[in-house]
Design a protein around this ligand. Structure first.
Ligand code: C2E
Ligand code: MN
Ligand code: MN
Length: 406
């Protein structure tokens, strides 16, 4: 099957502009043997390359390109299929977009393309090339360069370390909690701790909820939080918040759920302002009317609310349009590999923009690689959670891996 791939990358400092024609000549021969053709646009710093050819050949070539040190920040923008090549006659033409006034460039591009102007106007490859040539893409992109002046430091989290007897003080508890820091890397502080439920043996949330019918589950979910509050109180939250996860239905179907939650918070010696409730989209949206009543109660008590796993599931914008939380947590599915993924980058840019307009703080979940953090913070995401900084610690706050200025 004929496949089309477009990526953007940045020329490395080791490469000279004058090397380009020679490099391209060499590449052209190799690509032709494999049936890969295309076009390479260059603006003096960035490349936009379109490759066309048999699927496996295009993918193999792109894998090689991604590892090539002569350019960096490779971002995949489009991977698609087409009935025929757009540039059948061009081995691999280099177009310097600085040398072309816009109209001339359009004509040059059009000259290589088979279809008529009307079809082109809604052709994604063509539109991506036009946007690149016009420099418009820079509005949507963010750099992900880790400055030399950063280094990483493992620092102990600023909370009380619990000694083993304290940890096991609650041996009868039907559940335990792990704490994972949500960090504000710009200010070098822990913004909140997320309490993640564990079975008495330390197993995952599913192990803890296993075998419960829905009513028992909702009640248990709500009641379990007293252990999270007690833990938070033992380690001492300070200015940091505690985030808890609740099924929206736990707030809807348990009688006086908000009142019970507030009572638990006070029993542990915490304040409602120190607590944030994370809810996921789909549950909240399918029972929105009842959920809205619970939301009012939470807000009136001073408890913060976050939308969890934004972008996973089916109701992202639908929930956000009806209810604006204090915080929006961008799901790990969108975050993983964001530094090299054009579509996800565009989505996160739009989420950040939208949250800014609405005064909502953004959190990226599941950050595992430096490059992801780098891109996300350049794009304006404020808070980060993930293995890169710290894994959840069972009944403790683990040491945190911090990016610090040298
Ligand atoms: P969540 O609220 O999105 O929590 C984040 C999950 O991602 C946690 O999994 C955490 O361990 C994991 N995680 C954090 N950073 C990374 C990372 O960098 N990479 C990867 N691969 N994973 C990371 P966990 O603890 O297994 O929890 C899974 C889900 O279970 C939670 O997702 C939450 O929706 C739910 N859950 C946890 N505790 C509770 C609770 O008390 N009540 C309810 N209703 N649900 C809970
Ligand atoms: Mn959560
Ligand atoms: Mn989540």
């Amino acid at each position: 099957m004929l496949s089309t791939l477009i990526y953007r990358s940045r020329m490395s400092e080791s490469l000279q502009e004058s090397d380009l024609p020679g490099l391209l000549r060499a590449a052209r021969g190799r690509n032709e043997e494999r049936g890969v053709t295309g076009i390479l646009l260059f603006d003096g710093a960035y490349f936009l390359q379109m490759l066309e050819g048999p699927e496996e050949a295009v993918q193999a070539l792109f894998a090689r390109i991604s590892r090539d040190p002569r350019h960096g920040q490779v971002v995949l923008l489009l991977e698609d299929h087409a009935p025929r090549r757009r540039f059948p006659k061009w081995g691999m033409r280099l177009v310097d977009v600085r040398a072309h006034p816009q109209g001339l460039l359009d004509a040059t591009l059009a000259g290589g393309m088979l279809r008529g102007a009307e079809a082109r106007s809604e052709d994604r490859p063509f539109r991506l090339m036009q946007a690149f040539a016009a420099g418009r893409w820079r509005e949507h992109a963010a750099e992900c360069v880790l400055p030399e002046t950063w280094r990483w430091d493992v620092l102990p989290a600023p909370f009380a370390r619990l000694s083993p007897p304290e940890r096991t003080e609650d041996v009868e508890a039907p559940c335990r909690f792990a704490l994972q820091p949500i960090v504000d890397t710009a200010r070098g502080r822990v913004s909140s701790l997320e309490a993640l439920i564990r079975s008495p043996q330390g197993g995952p949330p599913q192990a803890c909820f296993a075998g419960m019918g829905s009513d028992a589950l909702y009640r248990f979910d709500l009641e379990s939080k007293r252990h999270a509050f007690a833990l938070a109180s033992r380690i001492g939250l300070g200015a940091c918040k505690l985030s808890i996860n609740l099924l929206p239905m736990a707030l809807v179907s348990v009688p006086d759920a908000v009142g019970r939650l507030v009572a638990q918070i006070e029993e542990a010696g915490l304040k409602p302002q120190q607590v944030m409730v994370e809810v996921t989209e789909d549950e909240a949206i399918s029972h929105f009317e009842a959920f809205a009543v619970a939301l009012k109660g939470l807000r009136a008590a001073g408890i913060g609310v976050a939308i969890d796993d934004f972008g996973a599931g089916f109701a992202g914008l639908s929930l956000l349009s009806r209810f604006q939380p204090d915080r929006l947590k961008i799901d790990r599915q969108i975050v993983t590999g964001i530094d090299a993924d054009g579509p996800r980058q565009a989505i996160v840019r739009a989420i950040v923009e939208c949250c800014r307009a609405l005064g909502i703080a953004t959190v990226a979940e599941g950050v595992e690689r430096v490059e992801e953090w780098c891109w996300l913070q350049a794009a304006g995401v404020e808070f980060f959670q993930g293995y890169l900084f710290a894994r959840p610690g069972l009944e403790c706050v683990p040491d945190i891996n911090w990016p610090v200025l040298r």
